[in-house]
Write a protein that binds this ligand. Structure first.
Ligand SMILES: [Zn+2]
Length: 201
């Protein structure tokens, strides 16, 4: 997949924050979004380990391309694969750069089955939602995955997790039928079961 280098400066760095060349695994990523003036971030650290490629993206965009990506286990979404009919694990990094570039006070991806809802807290200014959704679709496509639906949900507040951070990913098994039963003792039918993940740092 390519990096959204029109949305942010992306530095793949080693443990001493020195840039690593193509073909070498970085220890983390420093992201400086260009358009997020509400909450400017400078060299915001993401814990994803990336490896850049020397090659061009097949989609034709001029941005640098990743040939390797290791995210944190709890920051993976499982989505339908574009080919082969199975599923594919996609790390949250697919969304991070695009999300960090949005002038909102909080951003969150909610997965319900194969549908994704991008929750934006107090987003300021105009937003081309269709273009943003296309950007996410393109990133998923590059990662070999697709979502059956992507929507934007503007909210006043996203509930904070530990340390006051917004969980970046919520996996919601909403209304998922429990196999062979209608909910055992202690379960409340229809209540969403959330699994959440935080970006450290
Ligand atoms: Zn591309």
């Amino acid at each position: 997949m390519h990096l959204f280098e029109d949305a942010a400066m992306v530095e793949v760095v080693d443990e001493d924050d020195r840039p690593v060349p193509a073909g070498v695994w970085g220890a983390s990523v420093l992201v400086t979004p260009f358009h997020n003036r509400l909450q400017p971030l400078i060299r915001y650290r993401l814990s994803d380990e990336l490896r850049l490629s020397d090659e061009r993206c097949p989609c034709g965009r001029p941005f640098r391309v990743l040939d390797g990506l290791k995210g944190r286990a709890e920051e993976y979404l499982t989505l339908p694969a574009l080919e082969g009919g199975g599923t594919i694990d996609v790390t949250m990094f697919v969304f991070h750069i695009a999300l960090l570039d949005l002038p909102a006070s909080g951003q969150q991806v909610i997965q319900s089955g194969n549908e994704l809802s991008i929750r934006l807290e107090r987003h300021r200014g105009p937003m081309d939602e269709a273009a943003f959704i296309r950007q996410i679709e393109s990133a998923l496509h590059d990662a070999g995955a697709r979502a059956s639906r992507i929507t934007i949900d503007h909210v006043d507040e996203i509930p904070r997790g530990p340390g006051g951070k917004v969980p970046r990913l919520v996996k919601r098994s909403e209304g998922a039928p429990e196999s062979g039963s209608h909910g055992g003792p202690g379960s409340s039918p229809g209540a969403p079961t959330d699994t959440v993940a935080w970006i450290p740092g």
